[in-house]
Write a protein of this length. Structure first.
Length: 259
């Protein structure tokens, strides 16, 4: 009787050990297969690739990057974003300047009555030297409404007709940068007590590119002119304005061989 019980116990123990080994084997096998599949998906994912300076794919490992999704909660066609030195982010969602000071956890529309009530073409910019936030909106093709805030959107000022000396503008762009030492306007801008940096405003006029400079922080654009030549042959379409540390202003026309 005792021997029979001992035999049954040993048999049950053996079965338990075999079952445990089988379950553990399948668990480990599933993990290995999952890791293999994951690696294959990453390597063969057509949405992850590296390109060279010509935009052609190259056989190099992509950089490891982490992205965090932040829902602004508003429509944001032709989006632009800027960040002040305190870390507050400004996202121009159509006519609404949306602000987040908690790393994108929440967003608030901080516009007031001085800002554009609608937009035909939105654009935003943050001056990294002064922390001025620009809220820029094309009003049809006739003009541009430019607003600005020096206290991170707590209050605003604006000019509803602020597109230089010549009406008719499209695909508006604005940027800021240091004044240059040479030339006629650079020294004048450096002596201006109202604003520390130069503000540049460019747009296309169907057949050309117009660019203007502001001496008062973007409130008005007093001087400027048209860019002519091959650079304006594609209807004057162009990219964003960029300024170098020495004050040089760059504008990228959308043509294959600009002059």
């Amino acid at each position: 009787m005792v021997q029979d019980l001992i035999g049954m116990a040993l048999a049950l123990l053996l079965v338990f050990i075999l079952l445990s080994s089988t379950i553990l084997y399948y668990m480990l096998s599933d993990e290995d297969e999952a890791e293999d599949v994951l690696e294959v998906n990453i390597v063969n994912d057509p949405t992850v690739f590296v390109t060279n300076s010509s935009g052609m794919p190259v056989d190099e490992e992509p950089l490891e990057m982490d992205f965090i999704f932040s829902d602004v909660g508003e429509t944001g066609k032709e989006p632009s974003i800027g960040i002040t030195s305190s870390g507050c982010m400004f996202f121009i969602a159509m006519e609404k300047p949306m602000r987040s000071c908690d790393y994108g956890e929440s967003w608030t529309n901080v516009a007031d009555i001085t800002q554009a009530p609608f937009t035909s073409d939105p654009y935003g910019w943050v001056d990294l030297e002064t922390n001025r936030v620009f809220n820029i909106h094309m009003m049809g093709l006739e003009s541009t409404w430019i607003g600005w805030s020096d206290n991170e959107g707590q209050s605003w000022l604006g000019n509803p007709h602020d597109s230089g000396t010549t009406p008719l503008n499209d695909h508006i762009k604005l940027a800021t940068g240091p004044w240059v030492d040479e030339g006629f306007y650079g020294p004048i801008g450096q002596l201006n007590p109202t604003y520390d940096t130069a503000v540049y405003f460019c747009f296309n006029k169907l057949v050309g590119i117009s660019c203007f400079t502001s001496f008062d922080g973007g409130a008005t654009f007093e001087v400027g002119g048209n860019i002519v030549g091959l650079a304006s042959t594609n209807g004057g379409l162009h990219g964003a304005i960029t300024t170098a540390p020495d004050g040089t202003v760059y504008l990228t026309p959308r043509v294959e061989t600009p002059t």
